[in-house]
Write a protein that binds this ligand. Sequence first.
Ligand SMILES: C[S@@+](CC[C@H](N)C(=O)[O-])C[C@H]1O[C@@H](n2cnc3c(N)ncnc32)[C@H](O)[C@@H]1O
Length: 273
Amino acid sequence: MTASTQWQLARAAAEKYQTVLTPVILGPFAEALVDFAHLQPGETAVDVGCGTGAAARRAAGLVGETGQVAGVDVNASMIEVAQSLPAVPGATIAWHVANAAQLPQADQSVDAVLCAQVLQFMPEKQPALADMQRVVKPSGRVAFSLWMPIEDNPYFFALVDAVARHVGAETAVGLRAAFAFSNQDDIYAVLQMAGFDQIEIEIRQIELPMPELTQFVPRHIGATPMGVGYNQAATAVQHAVVNDVCEKMARFGANGRMQIPFRSHMILCKKGN
Ligand SMILES: C[S@@+](CC[C@H](N)C(=O)[O-])C[C@H]1O[C@@H](n2cnc3c(N)ncnc32)[C@H](O)[C@@H]1O
């Protein structure tokens, strides 16, 4: 797998992730995952593959000052951006640059592992899942979000289709990777193989208010691994991509006042025996 499909974004890209993607799409879904995990005051939570920390910050407010929260990401730039953001009320968040397969937490020390839109980027999932099992308490839980197939996410589908047709399929791969682990049967099988118990999979649709797409689409592309190929394309090609997406999304409302449905799996598991 290439570096781009592993979403290894440099610092500038991590900042774009935080300023462009988090407020509009990834943040609301990360927060929905935290709520799905039903965190309680005083609990300990770890946000694995935390990126710039949207889930960790939500968790900090819910577990409060008596709780503990950590954010772990293999990409040091993501952690740098997370650390640069203003502190939120609640638990102090400890940030760590580490691989999900080698979490810095002690055995059986965590009430809730949160893992928002991350597993799809791991070529080898079992080592990371085994380490989540190691750190979670016997009574604990692990919550994952994973996008529904791209065909069930009309904005992403239109974007990838437009980039593939006008710029090239190899450039579109950078976003397609986010949908590499979207089949419910596969998700269930992988989690079962990892030894998780009581695996509950729910489909969550959130209607997200979108900024004006003529401006947002280029910013969104620039905040993903597709940005390199897109920026090298001719201006007419870039316009064609934006126009295609705007046309396909027109059914969701006037530009600037659009509400587009996004769909993700929300998965809650118990530690296995
Ligand atoms: C799409 S981002 C999601 C970030 C964040 N959870 C959110 O919802 O905004 C995927 C994140 O997973 C991280 N990641 C991918 N593989 C990882 C691994 N093996 N260990 C730790 N983090 C990983 C990436 O660095 C990236 O920050």
